[in-house]
Design a protein around this ligand. Structure first.
Ligand SMILES: Nc1ncnc2c1ncn2[C@@H]1O[C@H](COP(=O)(O)OP(=O)(O)OP(=O)(O)O)[C@@H](O)[C@H]1O
Ligand SMILES: [Mg+2]
Length: 464
């Protein structure tokens, strides 16, 4: 795997040492001797990962880490701290560091951590891309309740319910709010609701730590969640803080909780009951103060019946439940959301003033949206990228033609969204055709560079 790393380290010998070792392993490196220099290099060199010393002249490592996270939230940063500065490591993890290393840094280990960071970041990027979650046009401007758009009765009720929960939490005397289980089909806004509960509530200044239970490999789950002591198992060269501990004082969001293995479910239950964690290889229990939110699109009750999900955990997680309605049950929200997303995307692509034709709006309100709000957001963004005029017509919407539903009409199967490569191929082809195969113009319409488009034309073997 080839990638680039920015090393922010003021001790020249150590910096050079790291650089030589990493370069020998095919990783391209750049060094910076202060936080200020590091921040600048981050923007100009666009590294895939950063190694950041804690003890820097001028701005200290933690400050620099926070700045980096603000500017590039996806960029993995590995913090290097001195011996005996465990607290710094905890702070670094809370502030969003990917991991930390205790000096003197083992170069072999440094490379392992960096490999893992870059790999995870690439996977996450791919996943966001595949699932459309990262489509910038749909990323909420605000994180709170205001990010939840929609005027339907269902949405109004949802917002007032969330407001009630937050108010109740503000008033709680012991500060231990009950867990909330968020249900609903894919793309209905479960994650958005979890963020709203955190960022509107009394824990908003604390960390919001998100765990995707589906992507946790069973073998690693425990050390990821609960951390481990040095030497707890063969690869555990350093002590590592678990995600639960990193969420201390804030919220732990267990996404896709229905995917957890039974063995892990038992450990989580213990956490919810005792509010304590024990790192692998440690004899000591630590008390943690976390608010737990969980989300799933699976029918947990049925899974409990079938013995696939622990009943006791289900009741613990679901003291309070919020079920998000599918978009097709939200009346005129599809149109309202489409207009809001259109305005947002159009601004972003420099096509302000772009609007939907009346018939296009009708088609949008007729569609059943199996992928819910996410599907809608992706569709609008595609339209904006491809739009050539000032109005988006109904036949420009990449909607499947649906048979009329009516009495006696055959059951309509929810259509499978086309695969990502297929969607991309169609998107490219359509942009090229609209621009009579003028690559420069097509690239501009797509919002990508000419080189990128050329590369993709070759990749897909596109021909006029
Ligand atoms: N009511 C809403 N207003 C504005 N944007 C929304 C709304 N609901 C969802 N979105 C947007 O739609 C996308 C999907 O939402 P989200 O990721 O919260 O869905 P989810 O229920 O967690 O889906 P999944 O089950 O697939 O993980 C996000 O980009 C989110 O910002
Ligand atoms: Mg989600």
């Amino acid at each position: 795997m080839s990638y680039s790393v920015l090393i922010v380290e003021d001790e020249p010998v150590l910096a050079r040492n790291m650089l030589l070792y990493l370069e020998r392993h095919g990783i391209s490196c750049q060094t910076a001797a202060s936080g200020e220099e590091g921040l600048e290099a981050m923007e100009t060199a666009r590294p895939d990962a950063v190694v950041l010393d804690h003890n820097l002249p001028g701005q200290d490592g933690l400050t620099v880490l926070r700045r980096m996270r603000e500017r590039e939230p996806q960029l993995p940063v590995v913090m290097a701290t001195g011996h005996g500065s465990e607290q710094v490591a905890v702070e670094a993890m809370k502030a969003g560091a990917f991991d930390y290393l205790i000096k003197p840094v083992s170069l072999h280990q440094l490379k392992q951590v960096l490999d893992r960071a870059v790999q995870q970041q690439r996977q996450a990027q791919e996943l966001r891309h595949l699932r459309g979650g990262g489509v910038a046009g749909v990323v909420p401007a605000a994180q709170g309740l205001a990010a939840l758009l929609g005027d339907s009765v269902a949405m109004q009720r949802l917002r007032s319910r969330l407001r009630q929960l937050v108010d109740a939490e503000e008033r709680m005397s012991d500060g231990h709010p009950p867990a909330v289980l968020i249900g609903g089909e894919t793309g209905t806004g479960k994650e958005l609701v979890a963020r709203a509960l955190h960022f509107e509530g009394p824990r908003r200044a604390g960390p919001f730590v998100e765990i995707n239970c589906a992507s946790l490999p069973a073998a690693l789950v425990e050390s990821e969640l609960f951390g481990h002591e040095r030497g707890a198992f063969t690869d555990a060269r350093e002590r590592r803080i678990g995600l639960v501990e990193a969420a201390h004082g804030g919220t732990l969001f267990l996404d896709e909780v229905g995917e957890l293995e039974l063995a892990t479910q038992a450990k989580l239950l213990k956490l919810l009951e005792d509010r304590q964690v024990r790192r692998l290889g440690s004899v000591r229990e630590q008390t943690v103060d976390v608010r737990v939110l969980a989300a799933t699109n699976r029918p947990l009750e049925a899974m409990v019946q079938a013995g696939q999900f622990r009943g006791d955990l289900f009741y613990r997680l679901g003291t309070l439940r919020i079920d998000l309605p599918p978009l097709r049950e939200r009346g005129g929200d599809a149109v309202l959301l489409a207009q809001a997303f259109l305005a947002r995307s159009a601004r972003r692509y420099g096509k302000a003033g772009l609007r939907f034709a009346d018939e296009a709006l009708q088609a949008l309100s007729r569609h059943r949206w199996p992928g819910n709000v996410r599907e809608l957001g992706n569709l609008v963004e595609q339209c904006v990228i491809l739009a050539t005029g000032a109005v988006i017509e109904a036949d420009e919407l990449p909607l499947p033609v649906m048979p009329e539903a009516g009495p006696g009409a055959p059951l309509v199967l929810e259509e499978q969204p086309a695969s990502l490569p297929e969607t991309e191929r169609r998107l490219l082809l359509s942009a090229l055709e609209r621009n009579r195969w003028n690559v420069t113009q097509a690239a501009r319409a797509l919002g990508i560079s000419r080189d990128t488009l050329r590369y993709r034309i070759d990749k897909f073997g596109l021909r006029p």
